[in-house]
Ligand binder design. Structure first.
Ligand code: IMP
Length: 182
């Protein structure tokens, strides 16, 4: 069953929380800020798959400076709503990050474990700089001390789907973000 404002997934109700228009407006603001901050540089945007693929595409279309693109693929959630607490690298980088300005692109920072894991990977490299942009942050869920430089929206601790974010690998294609109603 589905209405414009809610969707039922496995018998649980998710409510539209951030609309397509709100997402696109915020991404334009983030892209302007990043383009200003990196004027004269050629950063490499590194998306964290799978969740970031839609955000990465929409963000990059709005970036007005020269840039390059690469992807990591990490796996931590399996098919449940709760993180397994263990991150695995499923696909490594193709680019050489040494001496480059790196911008990690995440769909959501929850406990911060994935970003911590990525920071540890980068200890083996010597980038000129490294920053993180995330569309969503759940501040109350953070367990690790990580620095997030650009944040789209701060959201409550509930599970969200849509706009790249999945539940059991589905619902990534929803253009808006839906939150599990309590
Ligand atoms: P963290 O490592 O705990 O910060 O979690 C980051 C990853 O967990 C994200 O890249 C997502 O793939 C996944 N994740 C965290 N919260 C949610 C959620 O509410 N919905 C869907 N995926 C989530």
């Amino acid at each position: 069953m589905e209405t414009e404002n809610s969707i039922i997934v496995n018998g649980e109700k998710f409510i539209c929380y951030i609309t397509e228009e709100q997402i696109q407006k915020r991404i334009s603001e983030l892209a302007d800020e990043i383009s200003r901050d990196y004027a004269g540089k050629i950063p490499i945007f590194i998306g964290v798959l799978n969740g970031s693929f839609i955000f990465m595409a929409d963000l990059l279309k709005k970036i007005s400076i020269e840039s390059e693109v690469d992807f990591f693929k990490l796996s931590s959630y399996g098919d449940s709503k709760i993180s397994s607490g263990q991150v695995k690298m499923v696909k490594d980088l193709n680019c050489d990050p040494n001496g480059r300005d790196i911008i990690i692109v995440e769909d959501i920072v929850d406990t911060g474990l994935s970003i911590k894991y990525i920071e540890e990977i980068f200890e083996n490299y010597h980038p000129n700089s490294m920053r993180v942009v995330t569309l969503l942050l759940k501040p109350e869920r953070l367990k690790y001390e990580v620095k997030i430089d650009y944040i789209g929206f701060k959201i409550p601790s509930q599970f969200v789907i849509g706009y790249g974010l999945d539940y059991q690998q589905k619902y990534r294609n929803l253009p808006s973000i839906y939150i599990l109603s309590e």
